[in-house]
Design a protein around this ligand. Structure first.
Ligand code: SF4
Length: 289
């Protein structure tokens, strides 16, 4: 059985940067908090938790800093960013903030703010429950989030719309949404491309590979939006696509009698998960099972 790994897969620069920052702080400090899981990958979150990183869901769960000398608690802002309201609360609590927001997410936040200041009704194409989108909403007042064409009823008629997108959406989906928005009544449309090229590279390389193999594995957290997007895209072109978190979830029956197997991984999937999976898969293939 031949195992082929997608040319572009695994950690993106934004995630790598956040992990590096976390590892560095954890060597020096004891009370380090992450506002929300640092990345959408259980294995990585558990590894950093063992190194001392405490994950909290909201600012209220972090004990306040002190008035004397250095703040006693450090809070890491993950690559998805945080809303201005959350940052203000962290400052109020006198916590030491380390910002690991990905620069592309920061750009999206800034563009949303500028569109709002310029009198546009800001529309984000994305998932309203995703932390990146929730944070962006905080930067631009009364934002409308649309995930698919069914959500377009939320758009006001005859207004100035300023459109941006969640960084990890696919160009294919954005194109479809823009076409549908363009058919509605509006006075002005301003679209700024806020898609992440790293996420697109992973999508293109996954789609190319999945068309060439009998079975396709997409590795990564089940909550990871970019990994889910990869799995959705691959499924479209290869029905034998499986989204797994790691090797423990491998089911040998799906590769039985198959000749070629492809592997890709989301931008938040650590190298070691990919390596372990590929090596085990190769060994399994060599047994002729
Ligand atoms: S996928 Fe792109 S936007 Fe998201 S963290 Fe990685 S580099 Fe940044």
């Amino acid at each position: 059985m031949k195992v082929i790994v997608a040319e572009s897969c695994g950690f993106c620069p934004g995630v790598k940067n956040a992990i590096n920052i976390a590892e560095k702080i954890l060597t020096k400090e004891n009370n380090v908090y992450s506002l929300g899981p640092i990345i959408h990958n259980k294995d990585m979150v558990e590894q950093l938790a063992r190194a001392g990183l405490k994950t909290v869901n909201n600012v209220e769960q972090i004990p306040p800093g002190t008035d004397f000398g250095e703040p006693s608690q450090t809070v890491l802002i993950r690559s998805h960013g945080a809303a201005p309201e959350q940052i203000a609360k962290l400052k109020e609590k006198k916590l030491n903030i380390v910002d690991a927001t990905c620069i592309l997410v920061k750009r999206l936040q800034q563009i949303a703010r500028e569109l709002n200041d310029g009198g546009y009704k800001v529309v984000v194409i994305g998932d309203e429950n995703h932390p990146e989108v929730r944070a962006v909403v905080g930067y631009a007042g009364d934002v409308i989030v649309v995930a698919n064409e069914q959500d377009l009823y939320k758009l006001p008629e005859n207004s100035k719309l300023g459109i941006v997108c969640q960084t990890t959406q696919s160009p294919e989906h954005i194109g479809k949404m823009l076409g549908a928005i363009g058919r509605r009544n509006f006075n002005e449309l301003k679209v700024v491309n806020t898609l992440c090229k790293e996420a697109i590279k992973r999508q293109e390389s996954a789609v190319q590979l999945c068309k060439e193999v009998d079975v396709m594995f997409v590795l990564g957290g089940l909550e990871s939006a970019n990994t889910r997007r990869l799995a959705e895209l691959c499924k479209k072109y290869n029905s034998q696509t499986f989204h797994l978190q790691n090797w423990n979830e491998f089911d040998k029956s799906v590769v039985s009698g198959k000749n070629t197997v492809g592997v890709t991984a989301g931008a938040s999937t650590p190298e070691w998960i990919i390596y372990e999976f590929v090596e085990n898969l190769k060994a399994f293939g060599n047994t002729g099972a």
